[in-house]
Design a protein around this ligand. Structure first.
Ligand SMILES: C[S@@+](CC[C@H](N)C(=O)[O-])C[C@H]1O[C@@H](n2cnc3c(N)ncnc32)[C@H](O)[C@@H]1O
Length: 209
């Protein structure tokens, strides 16, 4: 399956999910969201990039003093984020439709970057992480929150088994964390398990360039 087809699959999937996304992804996944924003350790006037911001469920967690840019491939998901920005009256937020594998930002534009529940939903996670590294300043912070392939044998095998179905639904069930980080030259400062059954991992890296 070629990358272009996968990108269309993601766009189609999130066009369908957008109206119902918040019902599923709000409360179940909120402990991880809180922990991810805490790990960003936001300072006054930090410039932050949120990759695959979706409907903007993290928006209420940002302090009003930081400058936030959110990007997403899906216009339908981003429309929901726009509504949320208006409801929350957040003039510090800019939202753009953009493919995270080739961002329209210059090098070292942001202090910090965050991707929650996104890295396994993008067609090319390596390209997205490389772009995150490029646009974040040296010494800046990258925080990734996601489900990754289990390191337990049976669970990992099950995740491999259901992978073709999950791919059709728009995400990868068996994305392995360590090879992914190694491919983009990131070394984690912290890996914590979060959410139900500790089934999701929160990864914090310093962008050493
Ligand atoms: C599971 S949702 C997560 C949304 C949000 N981060 C959250 O925490 O609820 C994955 C999001 O990644 C977006 N996405 C997938 N591929 C992308 C890409 N190449 N560039 C930007 N966004 C992408 C999807 O459109 C979708 O909104």
């Amino acid at each position: 399956m070629d990358a272009a087809l996968e990108k269309r699959q993601v766009e189609r999937a999130y066009e369908l999910y957008a109206p119902v996304y918040d019902f599923i992804f709000d409360w179940i996944f909120s402990p991880g969201r809180d922990a991810a924003i805490r790990q960003l350790d936001l300072q006054r006037s930090d410039s932050v990039l949120e990759v695959g911001i979706g409907t903007g469920l993290n928006l209420p967690l940002y302090p009003p003093t930081c400058k936030l840019t959110g990007i997403d491939l899906s216009q339908e998901m981003l429309d929901k984020a726009v509504e949320r920005v208006e409801t929350l009256a957040m003039p510090n937020v800019t939202l753009k439709v953009m493919d995270a594998t080739s961002m329209d930002f210059g090098d070292d534009e942001f202090d910090k970057a965050l991707a929650t529940y996104t890295i396994s939903a993008v067609p090319d996670p390596v390209a997205v992480l490389r772009e995150m590294r490029r646009v974040v300043k040296p010494g800046g912070v990258l925080v990734i929150l996601n489900h990754f392939r289990s390191e337990r044998r049976v669970m990992g095998w099950l995740e491999d088994l259901v992978a073709p179905v999950c791919t059709r639904l728009g995400w990868k069930s068996n994305l392995a964390l360590k090879p992914l980080l190694a491919q983009v030259g990131l070394e984690p400062e912290l890996i914590a398990r979060v959410n139900m059954f500790n089934g999701w991992r929160l990864v914090k890296c310093i962008n050493r360039k």
